[in-house]
Design a protein around this ligand. Structure first.
Ligand SMILES: *Cc1c(COP(=O)(O)O)cnc(C)c1O
Length: 400
């Protein structure tokens, strides 16, 4: 495939081009059908071409596209209320266009909260290895992945990166300078690692002791992906102070949200933050439709049922291919297999068999299928994976 186009070469897409989507499938111009088990990286949770989302866009597009936040935006207050009603701790929402912007807003809110209390030296944000928070200058510095920081100038001060799961290091680095600890309840990009429940609770306690805030990045693991509207809702006693959401909450329309406790967001007064597009009428219309579908208990029951089935099938695959599958990772329908062979090679092979997969750090084959898949889709995917693993047996072992 010659590169010679005018796009930044930040991505290396395969030659295949999709022109249409329906449910869990994507189609090429020629009508070739691919099973989509990555869903725009956990974005198209409701599948492609969901009628409710299409209607929301159609109806709103005939009324009003954009106003800017200079004016009250139709649907904005109501959608913020829906999120706050669904999350007992939540009181205020700032809508964004992306996950990185939601994380930026969360970090700014945390720092400003302490600043306004007179705690002007409390600006440090602690994160853990394997974290991913986006690609802006602020969020690459928060994430701390050296691969993403390389060549982008001096590291920003105020970020501390600790080893994932290292409680002692956390204890040591928490101080009266700690503004917040920022974590993904289930790491996505870093290799689909869930934070154990007791760690989330421990983190909450430790932050309370030190007067620091807990920020969850649920950009990938939220929006129903783990079988609850947000992943932290699985754990009692681990509520955040601030949370970033995006990806699945717009069902494919660019929409993110920074959600905070009311008393914490109180510092974000006029002039402190803004976004031209954030929460515009189109995004709000789709956001409502997506929220209503995701917040339906039937939908979450479905995710839990189908993800249990996936898990069983994965266990069977692991037993069948102990030389290929190393470990089952993830939670709900944010799932993956850590492989003993190169995950990227297996993913490429799956593409030739019309199954779309992702990858993540730690040689993990990442899957984030639409939440609407049923057992038939799972069987179809497992059939392809079985072929791929059979063929991967002859590959050299992969050293992570
Ligand atoms: C994708 C992702 C982001 C960044 O979201 P963008 O919409 O790409 O800016 C942030 N955090 C997590 C956990 C993500 O998975």
């Amino acid at each position: 495939m010659p590169q010679g186009d005018h796009l930044y070469d930040c991505y290396k897409p395969p030659a295949v081009e999709f022109v249409r989507g329906e449910g869990a499938y994507l189609y090429t111009e020629e009508g070739d059908r691919y099973l989509d088990f990555i869903a725009g990286i956990a974005v198209n949770g409701l599948g492609h071409g969901h009628p409710d989302l299409i209607n929301a866009v159609k109806e709103q597009s005939e009324k009003l596209w954009h106003l800017s936040n200079m004016f009250k935006i139709p649907g904005g207050r109501e959608l913020a209320k829906k999120y706050c009603d669904a999350l007992p701790w939540a009181g205020k929402v700032f809508f964004t266009n992306s996950g990185a912007e939601a994380v930026e807003c969360a970090m700014k809110t945390a720092r400003r909260y302490h600043y306004d209390k007179g705690d002007t030296e409390r600006y440090e944000i602690i994160t853990f290895t394997g974290a991913f928070h986006g690609r802006t200058l602020g969020t690459i510095n928060a994430g701390g992945n050296p691969k993403y920081l390389k060549g982008f100038g001096p590291g920003l001060p105020g970020f501390i990166h600790l080893e994932f799961g290292d409680h002692d290091a956390l204890k040591e680095h928490m101080s009266d300078k700690t503004a917040a600890v920022l974590v993904e309840p289930v790491q996505g990009e870093g290799g689909l690692r869930p934070m154990p429940d007791q760690c989330l609770r421990g983190l909450r306690e430790m932050c309370d002791e030190h007067g620091a805030l807990v920020i969850y990045d649920e950009v990938q693991c939220g929006a129903g992906r783990t079988g609850k509207l947000f992943a932290h809702q699985w754990v009692d006693g681990a509520e955040p102070d601030i949370m970033a959401a995006a990806k699945g909450i717009g069902g494919g329309f660019p929409l993110g949200a920074c959600i905070a406790k009311e008393e914490i967001a109180a510092c974000m007064v006029p002039g402190t933050h803004g976004s031209t597009y954030g929460g515009n009428p189109m995004a709000m219309a789709v956001g409502h439709a997506a929220f209503d579908l995701l917040n339906d208990p039937g939908m979450m029951a479905h995710v839990n049922k189908v993800s249990n089935f996936v898990k069983q099938q994965f266990e069977a695959l692991k037993d069948e291919f102990p030389d290929v599958v190393d470990e089952i990772r993830g939670k709900g329908l944010l799932i993956g297999l850590r492989l003993k062979k190169e995950a990227l090679a297996v993913r490429k092979n799956a593409l030739t068999k019309k199954l779309l997969l992702g990858s993540a750090g730690d040689n993990v084959m990442r899957m984030a299928p639409p939440l609407i898949i049923d057992e038939t889709h799972v069987r179809e995917a497992i059939g392809v994976l079985r072929e791929c693993f059979e063929e991967a047996r002859s590959l050299p072992d992969f050293e992570v």
